[in-house]
Design a protein around this ligand. Structure first.
Ligand SMILES: [Zn+2]
Length: 463
């Protein structure tokens, strides 16, 4: 097959926006940026801009089922912990078919938002009674199947979960998350990797859920396993003050200091949230090469706090973004909020900007976090549309009211600070269309919506 040359009005590739340049793609990868080579299939995209596709490095697909249900004050204060009860109620009863239907709904929404890759932090393993399914990986496979049906790249971060808290066995819905030993998680990843070996768009990582849900020896064992197998290692850390108190009481250390002591901080580690961290902890994260995945929309929704992205970036910590609880699915909005939340607490603007840099630099930095940063956290290459990168890109409609006026010098700023999701026209993953003309290219959207709606209705009815 001859290479394809996509020719939009504006191309943002390799960190630079250009007018009149082509993105040349062959065998699922970018082969050149600039002039279309002779003999290439020319795909003209008038009135459009091409940007790298985005990556959501932290998602819990089933939490899509909570949408519309938790924005109220029931008894006493509404907090992360009361929200968690509502989340457990859904987690307690969702079955394989409904999980797959709800996940497909979510992945379709991610695709429509220009997201090519998702890190699914997956902790639903057992049946509602707490027994393994006939295939112990049933729910992980259903989640992967939903992502692949839509056409996304998926990295299933197989969670390990031991307990409710120090000295407390898993209770209620947590029995569905539980493993008997860290080996359960390691073996599950081996089986899953074998079962999906033929699909290059599926990969796996290990995810000791948190310092609350995993004892120290589990975290140490899984960190060693991830290092040995060169897998991404993801953990929730420093999301809520109560989590820090419990960790200090059990270990005499904060979560980040405990993880450092356990050898769990390293270049393949991603700490999800890392909100309540001090300067020494940030230095420890930076020294180790670990990254942080911020999930600003969820963190705002749950009242978690603000990720200190300014201090993390200044220390050289790589950042990623996640849609987490999926209360809202818009990675551009996550990038906007990473900066915007810091403005609210600091009273300043362009907090993540640097003095004297160009007009588009801040937005390019945020876009890099949303695209390349998320992929790096998931162990995926690319995200820049540089030659050699996977051809994961989105086509934006420059006539969308939210983008009208965008030009070479401010395209990224328009996209990061102002874009509406309606501007995302097409999405390509490994050079193949996943969204075309604002509609899914590989699944029937109405059928996905109908199956999703039926599953959501069942979850409400049975709740
Ligand atoms: Zn999470």
């Amino acid at each position: 097959m001859p290479p394809r040359a996509y020719l939009p009005d504006l191309l943002l590739a390799a960190g630079q926006a250009r007018a009149g340049a082509a993105l040349v793609v062959a065998e699922g990868r970018v082969t050149a940026v600039g002039a279309a080579p002779p003999g290439a299939d020319l795909v003209r995209l008038p009135g459009a801009a091409v940007l790298p596709a985005l990556a959501s490095a932290h998602s819990h697909a089933f939490q899509r089922a909570l949408r519309g249900k938790t924005q109220l004050r029931a008894a006493g204060r509404a907090t992360f912990w009361s929200w968690r009860e509502a989340m457990y109620a859904v987690a307690a009863r969702i079955g394989p078919d409904d999980l797959e239907a709800v996940a497909a709904l979510l992945f379709l929404e991610l695709a429509r938002a220009g997201v090519a890759a998702v890190g699914e932090f997956h902790y639903l393993h057992r049946d509602p009674a707490g027994a393994p399914y006939a295939d112990p990986d049933e729910l992980a496979k259903r989640t992967v199947a939903a992502a692949r049906a839509v056409g996304l790249r998926v990295v299933l971060l197989r969670a390990a979960y031991a307990r409710a808290g120090a000295g407390d066995p898993p209770a209620g819905a947590q029995r569905r998350f539980a493993d008997a030993s860290p080996d359960d998680a390691a073996l599950a990843v081996e089986r899953l990797a074998r079962a999906h070996a033929a699909d290059p768009l599926v990969s796996f990582g290990l995810a000791p859920h948190s310092v609350r849900a995993c004892p120290a020896e589990w975290i140490r064992a899984l960190a060693a396993e991830a290092a040995r197998r060169r897998l991404p290692l993801h953990l929730h850390a420093a999301e809520q003050p109560r989590e820090l108190e419990a960790c200090r009481a059990e270990h005499g250390a904060t979560p980040v200091r405990l993880l450092e002591r356990l050898g769990a901080l390293g270049p393949r580690t991603t700490l999800v949230h890392a909100i309540h961290v001090d300067g020494e902890e940030i230095a420890a994260i930076a020294r180790s090469g670990a990254g942080v995945c911020a999930c600003p929309t969820t963190e705002r929704d749950l009242g978690d706090g603000v990720v200190p992205a300014d201090r993390l970036l200044a220390a050289g910590v790589p950042l990623a973004l996640g849609t987490d609880s999926n209360v809202e699915v818009d990675l551009f909005a996550e990038a906007r909020a990473l900066e915007g939340h810091l403005r609210l607490v600091s009273g300043e603007r362009a907090v993540l900007g640097r003095e004297g840099e160009g007009a588009d630099a801040l937005a390019l930095r945020l876009l890099d976090v949303a695209a390349r940063g998320g992929r790096a956290a998931l162990g995926l290459e690319g995200g820049h549309l540089a030659p050699g990168d996977p051809a994961d890109f989105q086509v934006l409609d420059l006539a969308d009211p939210s983008l009208v006026g965008a030009a070479e010098g401010d395209l990224a700023t328009h996209a990061v600070f102002s874009l509406s999701r309606t501007a995302v026209r097409d999405l390509y993953v490994a050079g193949e269309p996943v969204v075309l003309g604002g509609r899914a290219a590989r699944v029937d959207e109405r059928a996905v919506a109908a199956r999703g709606a039926a599953a959501l209705a069942r979850l409400v009815r049975d709740g």
